[in-house]
Design a protein around this ligand. Structure first.
Ligand code: PAF
Length: 279
């Protein structure tokens, strides 16, 4: 596996890769969810490139940039074992050199859900992903459904800015007890880790209600929020039942597909999860 840091080195290494190139952008501290993206890329593409970059631009000053978990040697071993051909490890100076002042703003779909709680987050994500796409020039790029809104934002950006890249969204990976895999799960205390199962349980309750014929968006939202609020260690930020493409909140009966998503704090750790109904 070739490792590069600078953009000139990346361009030389990228030019040598057989196409199509599948690309897996990450912030490192990899788990099975990330590896499933690398595996999908390996299965579908002639070469696989990945990146590890903890992107300061997508963290608000109050968020966890400094403490975000990092273990690059372990990540490299995991990616190598998955047959990744090229890994790009840009530094913040490579990505945002002195004088940097260009940003990518996706409008409507960034203003709802996560964007409401984290107003500068998606500008940082869209900008870094555009820069990663421009530098790596993959034919396909792989993202996880756990960050459902991120996937919608990136699809929109790729379409609007004419990136000739297929955006592939892979299913959420879960621990045995249902907790969605996330690099941030490592922050949880043992008691919070146990309590965090309430996220996937509440989504299962929504799914069950939907399967039994419940279609009222408000009732579906309430069935999740009631269960989360019954967990003493959980502090609910939002439960949404929204159109999976526009991310507009649904009112009245759900007709087509619906994205049920939620954000919950356990102590200072903020976790998100989602399911798609009718999909
Ligand atoms: O999903 C992530 O890990 C990040 O948001 C991404 C897409 C690598 C951009 O920094």
């Amino acid at each position: 596996m070739k490792q590069v840091i600078t953009i000139p080195d990346l361009r030389v290494a990228r030019a040598a890769l057989p196409e199509p190139v599948g690309f897996v952008p990450t912030m490192g501290y990899l788990h099975e969810g990330h590896l499933s993206l690398a595996r999908a890329a390996r299965a579908e593409c002639a070469s696989v490139a990945a990146s590890i970059f903890v992107n300061p631009a997508q963290f608000a000053p109050t968020e966890d940039l400094a403490s975000y978990p990092r273990d690059v040697p372990r990540d490299l071993a995991m990616l190598e074992a998955e047959g990744v051909d090229l890994i790009w490890l840009p530094t913040p100076e490579v990505m945002y050199p002195q004088g940097y002042q260009t940003w990518v703003t996706v409008e409507e779909v960034t203003q709802l859900l996560e964007g409401r709680m984290r107003p500068t987050h998606f500008r940082g994500v869209a900008t870094v992903v555009a820069k990663l796409f421009n530098a790596v020039q993959p034919q396909r790029a792989y993202f996880g459904q756990k960050d459902a809104q991120q996937a919608v934002v990136i699809r929109r950006m790729a379409q609007d800015l004419n990136f000739p890249i297929d955006i592939v969204v892979c299913p959420i990976w879960r621990e045995r007890d249902g907790l969605a895999m996330s690099s941030r799960n490592v922050y949880l205390s043992p008691a919070e880790r146990q309590a965090a199962v309430v996220l996937s349980r509440s989504l299962a309750v929504v799914q069950q209600a939907y399967q039994e014929g419940q279609r009222e968006a408000e009732v579906l939202r309430k069935s999740a929020s009631d269960l989360i609020q019954s967990e003493p260690l959980a502090r609910l930020q939002y439960v949404s039942c929204a159109d999976p493409e526009t991310l507009e909140e649904l009112q009245g009966p759900v007709a087509g597909r619906a994205l049920v998503s939620l954000a919950v704090f356990f102590g200072r750790t903020r976790l998100i999860d989602n399911i798609v109904l009718g999909g």
